[in-house]
Design a protein around this ligand. Structure first.
Ligand code: PLP
Length: 389
């Protein structure tokens, strides 16, 4: 009898992609009742009803077919108009509609990166940056967001890190997991680095509407030459639309044809009903955006009120909806702390190593649940953090 040969190895590249420690925490949490969920990064309120109604109506009227790879022209125009609201004009052709902001990041990196190209990514930063760079065949290289500087990068340090293989810098403000919002001067200086070196800036601005204390979100659009800038955003966080999977990319005019082409073999186009809903979100009343911003600011205040006095908060969040909490020396790894916190206190958080080595002794808290449960969860974290410091 002939023996069937063993199957060939699976993709080495896929194997290289890091597995997120958040998975383990989510798996542990799934088997338990009454967990206080502070690990999930999405608004906890529903999509505004006028947006939902517009999608229903559109589907009944036949919005059930493919659109072009880059999305509905009317939505592209609405995205361009929104991006241009600060005064820098954006041609609608530069807007590509994607499946979530994650789809925009994927398309941007596939458009820019060749095998072996280095991409500077933040430490700490959203874990998917590392994975997408690897998927695109690139090499992720971390640059620091120092806690001592409020998680704001030093543009001179960034410039020094640019080597012959550097193709792009990935920037994220307001930041996940840091809550940092880059000031105008830093945005200007990083934009100038792109102008000076020719490298690409890929700016993830998905939290652009979630800023606190009168801070202003500074878009790289105003401060970077158009031919080397990719802006990522979407409706997920601003309009409580995470499940609609609708984002966008604003890319250099000369990259549009490539970005558009790259949509075809992966998603063809973003879901048509979601495109209609996004258009309704952008064109309709904006009061829910402001209400969401105020809600997360209030929750940030609760976060600071409960954990600020422990001295363990790493930088007061000024945007997005996350805060980082430091662990004292008495604790083992962040993963072990998070596991213990879940098992003994019933509170789920994300171990900081998920975001990079610099936060390996921190955990991330998302303030995306209602005030009372949030307060209770934070008190339990405060007790656990303080128990061994
Ligand atoms: N960028 C950052 C920094 C995020 O935190 C997230 C989601 O958590 C995304 C992008 C992805 O957004 P979307 O759900 O629209 O794909």
């Amino acid at each position: 009898m002939t023996r069937t040969p063993a199957p060939l190895p699976l993709s080495k590249r896929a194997d290289l992609m890091p597995r997120s420690a958040i998975r383990e925490i989510m798996a542990l949490a799934a088997g338990r009742n009454d967990v206080i969920h502070l690990e999930v990064g999405e608004p906890d309120f529903g999509t505004p009803s006028h947006i939902i109604e517009s999608a229903f109506e559109a589907v009944r009227a036949g919005a059930t077919r493919y659109t072009g790879n880059a999305g509905r022209p009317s939505l592209r125009a609405a995205i361009a108009a929104r991006a241009a609201r600060r005064g820098t004009p954006v041609a609608p052709e530069r807007a590509i509609v994607t499946v979530g902001a994650i789809g925009a990041l994927f398309t941007a990196l596939m458009t820019v990166v060749d095998t072996g190209d280095e991409v500077l990514i933040p430490d700490p930063g959203w874990p998917n940056y590392e994975s997408i760079v690897i998927m695109a065949g690139g090499v992720p290289v971390r640059y620091p967001l120092p806690e001592s500087d409020g998680f704001i990068p030093d543009p001179d340090d960034l410039l020094r890190r640019i080597g012959p293989k550097t193709k792009a810098i990935l920037i994220n403000s307001p930041g996940n997991p840091t809550g940092a919002v880059f000031p105008l001067e830093v945005v200007r200086r990083i934009g100038a680095i792109a102008a000076q070196t020719g490298i690409y800036l890929i700016s993830d601005e998905i939290y652009e509407d979630v800023v606190f204390d009168g801070a202003r979100h500074e878009s790289f659009l105003e401060h970077t030459p158009e031919d080397r800038l990719f802006i990522i955003s979407g409706v997920s966080k601003s309009y409580a639309m995470t499940g609609w999977r609708l984002g966008w990319l604003i890319c250099p005019a000369r990259a549009v044809a490539i970005a558009e082409k790259l949509q075809e073999p992966v998603v063809s186009c973003a879901p048509t009903p979601s495109q209609v809903a996004a258009e309704a979100a952008l064109a309709g009343p904006q009061d829910s955006v402001e209400a969401g911003r105020l809600l997360f600011q209030r929750r940030r205040d609760i976060f600071m009120h409960e954990l600020g006095p422990t001295g363990m908060v790493a930088g007061q969040p000024r945007g997005a909806f996350y805060g980082l909490v430091k662990l004292g020396n008495g604790h083992a790894t962040a993963l072990e702390f998070a596991r213990k916190l879940l098992i003994e206190q019933g509170v789920a958080v994300v171990p900081g190593d998920t975001f990079g080595p610099s936060t390996s002794r921190m955990v991330r808290v998302a303030f995306t649940i209602e005030d009372e449960r949030l307060t209770e969860g934070l008190r339990r974290i405060g007790r656990a953090v303080g128990s061994k410091v």
